[in-house]
Design a protein around this ligand. Structure first.
Ligand code: CIZ
Length: 378
């Protein structure tokens, strides 16, 4: 087995495979074969690797994670492990980018399948955000305007906010981050998830009339300069296709059928759903809320199905189900199939780096400012 050290990683001649063309051999392996081979490669790599697993990953992946968590927790773990040359990120692209930005140049972050992206993150592109900023400038509202990007965004958007006095937030820390933003200025531009932005603003006491939805396909986001001047919060027109499937009718039906039921949802759900729930918060919040509830509690949960099913398995003293009877998993998270993890780890054990995520230095610089501001405020 060839061993890669941190200093070897700085050389330009180590072999890199950047492809989604999973070799046929891996596609034919059974679940048991994959399990065994992942465990063997993991053991071979020892302390040269850590595996990070997002809560939305399937169980077959999560069982190999050294750390599991939401994007905030995983970003913190990546930033903490400065002595580990390889970080295998079982999550989606923007999370691996954040890990790369927060780790040293001699560390490599691997995303086993490059197609594991996030459709919400893709709803805001840097050119559109720059146009938005210019148009808001022309409308006279960029003075005191603080840009906040949800962590579900590409690195160049994080760099944009870093360079414009702004910050990154996650669903775990959004209220704290928005409070920080209002200490820096009087207005907030929040992208790309309108729903998290809206409930966060409302919780800070901002009335709905002062919250405007910015449509990037329309000039001036679809508003007159006068309307823009009256607004306090501009929300990007983006959404998560999994969380917006949850509907208020599902809550009403579940409550009719199970009067003792409590409903907890993620803040990427629409405002009516969030306000009709008993509680809302990030995945970490949801897990903690249910864990702390009394035995026998009944919960309907509005978030991704892998996490809901895992909580049901791990907390058998509670009755936990998904709010949406016809749930679909996050299809992009699902792209980290065990075959990809096995492929990435076995290659790494042989000195080949599959699908490293390297954010270009000029983007990483600004994005690091925004991410480190977040870690400091959190
Ligand atoms: O922050 C994250 O990891 C996401 C995308 C959701 C959550 O609440 O954990």
């Amino acid at each position: 087995m060839s061993r890669l050290t941190a200093s070897e990683l700085c050389r330009e001649d180590y072999e890199v495979l950047r492809t989604n063309a999973l070799p046929q051999e891996y596609k034919q392996l059974s679940e048991q074969q994959l399990d065994r081979r992942i465990a063997e490669a993991r053991a071979q790599l020892g302390d040269r690797v850590i595996i990070l697993g997002h809560h939305y990953q399937r169980d077959e992946i999560i069982k190999f994670a050294d750390y599991r968590g939401d994007s905030l927790k995983l970003a913190q773990q990546a930033a903490k492990h400065r002595d580990v040359p390889f970080i295998v990120f079982c999550g989606v692209h923007f999370m691996a980018e954040a890990a790369d930005i927060l780790t040293g140049d001699n560390q490599t972050v691997i995303l086993p399948n490059l197609e594991a992206g996030c459709s919400l993150a893709d709803m805001a592109e840097i050119g559109q955000v720059e146009t938005c900023w210019e148009e808001l400038g022309r409308a006279g509202v960029t003075e005191g305007l603080v840009p906040v990007t949800y962590i579900n965004s590409a690195a160049d958007l994080k760099a944009f906010v870093g360079q414009h006095g702004g910050i990154v937030c996650t669903s775990s820390n959004a209220p704290k981050i928005a409070t920080w933003a209002f200490e820096q200025g009087q207005r907030l531009l929040f992208f790309p998830d309108q729903h998290l932005g809206r409930i966060t603003a409302i919780d800070l006491g901002i009335p709905l009339e002062e919250i405007l939805l910015w449509d990037p396909t329309e000039p001036y986001g679809g508003h007159t300069p006068e309307a823009l001047q009256k607004a306090k919060v501009f929300l990007w027109k983006g959404h998560c296709s999994v969380h917006t499937r949850f509907k208020i009718e599902q809550i009403q039906k579940a409550r009719r059928e199970y009067p003792a039921l409590q409903v907890v949802v993620h803040p990427e759900c629409t405002l009516d759903v969030v306000q009709a729930a008993d509680a809302y918060g990030s995945t970490e919040f949801i897990i903690q809320k249910i864990r702390e509830s009394v035995p026998g509690s009944q919960w309907a949960v509005g978030t991704e199905i892998n996490l809901v099913n895992r909580m049901a398995d791990e907390m058998p003293d509670k009755i936990i189900s998904c709010l949406d009877p016809i749930v679909c998993p996050c299809s992009t998270m699902y792209r980290i199939h065990p075959a990809y993890l096995c492929w990435a780890l076995e290659n790494l054990a042989q000195g080949k780096v599959v699908n490293p995520i390297k954010v270009p230095p000029e983007i990483a610089h600004g994005a690091r400012i925004a991410l480190e501001r977040m870690l400091k405020v959190t």
